[in-house]
Write a protein that binds this ligand. Structure first.
Ligand code: NAD
Length: 437
């Protein structure tokens, strides 16, 4: 293993292929088609929204530390721009494909619309395993990818942000590369960048914070509180770690966590809860969670079947499928990840009475705080952390209440309600703008 780790604290991101039954894009299209039918969408508009507006594939060389030249393939997809500039993260993972990026871009369109921030949806990614790469190799890869997608990105056009295996340092390299091309600093070309170069306080943990906010609101709806609630978390990266930490701060008992190599568990009868900071520090040393002293090891399958009040899914797509859905024992699932439950599994969970707070609502905290970062950048302003957190709470709460109101009115799941809300807002923008020319 290289000691000069490029992405500190994210060393054991998955090389496992999750048990996906269908591609993420199939899932996104199936969800869209069902919502389009309920909305009675005009067939032409539905066809328009099924397809990404722009797709860019880039094949590019990177000089490795050994002196060898290696080719990489990356993508940037803009799904729809009716509500504003394109917005969406950049993922580094061996499983990245054009279809996966298309799905993630489509979900970004609906997510921005559900939280009512003025963006369209986009996503990017490079298909490779960042684990064995040095910091220098990652920097050269990032700069070359940024250079190749610079024909699409820009502060008024398409604004990338971190996603799986990318972080503020990667955003800093993208911002610098774009700025070097133009000859002046353009901080607004990315969000999720370090605070020292124009990032926003409160952005780093915003997705996890949003998960905590919706979890609290969902429990409150049932007359319960987070205090004493038992929580299992899949994925201990940016989203999973911050969700766990913030839920713990609200009095939740974290009873199980996993990452790509498995995880650990504490019998709630035997000990109060897992120590998230200790686990995070263990993981940051490159150690597998399953080997952390003083805890019992579990597999991802066992985590997904853990009896708990809240299951936070914060890893990758396709984790709960028709094959394992019936084993779920959680009362509520919060989708920190994008697309972790397939449509087939969704139907099973609905029959079982498991409440799912869907991705396009639950993990919107990141893009909402990214919007705040972008607004601060455009205004050359800098907000206090408390202001960012208060505004985030307000936007997340409003979106949650609107989704719940729609779900109750139409007697549908929160996922269907969120999709109806998001898609109908995009359709309204298309109607108002008209079809060019
Ligand atoms: P990350 O790279 O920081 O962490 C991913 C984590 O998932 C790692 O701990 C990794 O070990 C774990 N993992 C991977 N495969 C797994 C598996 N099969 N089982 C269990 N754990 C597994 O990534 P992140 O930024 O936290 O993103 C996680 C998810 O949240 C993704 O779906 C991403 O699209 C979504 N998301 C992220 C943000 C953000 O702001 N970073 C915003 C919205 C949504």
């Amino acid at each position: 293993m290289t000691t000069d780790k490029g992405l500190a604290g994210q060393q054991d991101t998955s090389l496992n292929m999750p048990g996906q039954e269908e591609s993420a894009y199939d899932m996104a299209l199936q969800q869209f088609d069902e919502a389009a039918e309920v909305l009675g969408l005009n067939q032409g508009v539905a066809e328009y929204l099924r397809r990404p507006q722009r797709e860019l594939t880039v094949n590019f060389p990177v000089r490795m530390d050994s002196g060898d030249i290696r080719m990489f393939t990356g993508y940037r997809v803009q799904h729809n721009l009716a509500r504003g500039p394109a917005k969406g993260g950049i993922r580094y993972h061996p499983r990245v494909s054009l279809d996966e990026v298309r799905a993630l871009a489509m979900w970004m369109t609906w997510k921005c619309a559900v939280s009512n921030i003025p963006y369209g949806g986009a996503k990017g990614g490079v298909s490779f395993d960042p684990k064995p790469m040095s910091q220098n190799e990652l920097e050269r890869l990032t700069r070359r990818y940024a250079s190749d997608i610079s024909v699409l990105i820009g502060p008024e056009r398409d604004i990338p942000a971190p996603d799986v295996n990318t972080n503020p340092q990667v955003m800093a390299w993208i911002m610098d590369t774009y700025s070097m091309h133009l000859g002046y600093s353009v901080p607004g070309v990315v969000t999720g960048k370090p605070v020292e170069i124009g990032g926003s306080l409160g952005r780093l943990d915003a997705t996890g914070r949003g998960c905590m906010i919706v979890a609290a609101k969902e429990l409150a709806r049932k007359g319960k509180s987070l205090d004493g609630a038992t929580v299992a978390v899949q994925g201990l990266g940016n989203v999973g770690y911050n969700a766990a930490r913030l839920l713990e701060a609200q009095g939740c008992r974290i009873i199980a966590v996993t990452d790509s190599s498995g995880g650990c568990y504490l019998d709630p009868g035997a000990a109060p809860a897992l120590d998230i900071e200790k686990l995070r520090a263990w993981k940051a040393k490159g150690m597998p969670l399953v080997e952390c002293p003083g805890v019992d090891g579990i597999t991802n399958d066992e985590l997904l079947a853990m009896p708990c009040d809240i299951l936070v899914l914060a890893a990758l797509e396709g984790q709960i499928t028709p094959k394992n859905a019936a084993a779920v024992r959680a009362v509520t699932i919060v989708e920190g990840a994008n697309g972790p439950i397939t449509p087939g599994a969704d139907a099973i969970l609905e029959d079982m009475g498991v409440q799912v707070v869907p991705d396009i609502l639950a993990n919107a905290g990141g893009v909402v705080a990214s919007y705040f970062e972008w607004v601060q950048g455009l205004q050359h302003d800098f907000w206090e952390r408390q202001e960012v957190e208060q505004r985030l709470e307000k936007v997340m709460s409003r979106a949650f209440e609107q989704v719940v109101a729609m779900a109750q009115e139409k007697r549908i799941t929160m996922r269907k309600a969120a999709l109806l809300l998001g898609i109908s807002r995009v359709v309204k923008a298309i109607e108002l703008r008209g079809i060019y020319p």
